[in-house]
Design a protein around this ligand. Sequence first.
Ligand SMILES: CC(C)(COP(=O)(O)OP(=O)(O)OC[C@H]1O[C@@H](n2cnc3c(N)ncnc32)[C@H](O)[C@@H]1OP(=O)(O)O)[C@@H](O)C(=O)NCCC(=O)NCCS
Length: 129
Amino acid sequence: MNFHTRKWIKPEDLNPNGTLFGGRLLEWIDEEAALYAIIQLENPRTVTKFMSEINFQSSAKKGDIIEIGIDIVGFGNTSLTLCCEVRNKMTREVIISIAKIIMVALDENGKPFAHGKTAKEFTKDRLAK
Ligand SMILES: CC(C)(COP(=O)(O)OP(=O)(O)OC[C@H]1O[C@@H](n2cnc3c(N)ncnc32)[C@H](O)[C@@H]1OP(=O)(O)O)[C@@H](O)C(=O)NCCC(=O)NCCS
């Protein structure tokens, strides 16, 4: 799993309990999944269809640094299934892990689009072509 993104927990990211607000974390995860899927599928019209169980196992507090990891579970015809793990760099605890995030590639009419991808691609290999 690649942990591409780190976030620094700021006052505006907290819930009334003084810990990381779950909605903020889900926003970051959804954006990370979208960026990952758009780059892999080479289709900017890629949307979130489904997320499996959300279980906040631990949290973070102001000043903590967290990191968001995404990996590929599998390629479908129009979909790409990802998994995600978020870790607290300070406590080394897992904050959340999501087994399945289903992203769907769309065409210009907003209908599912067969993306034709079957394996993870790396930018350096694309540039070499
Ligand atoms: C994405 C959308 C076009 C899919 O429409 P749909 O009628 O479900 O399309 P399909 O049934 O053809 O499914 C498309 C793909 O999603 C997968 N899929 C659909 N529902 C799923 C579910 N509940 N769980 C897992 N995968 C699912 C299908 O297996 C299919 O994958 P494949 O082509 O790789 O086999 C439509 O649901 C939509 O526009 N949703 C809103 C998306 C959005 O706006 N997201 C942002 C957050 S609000």
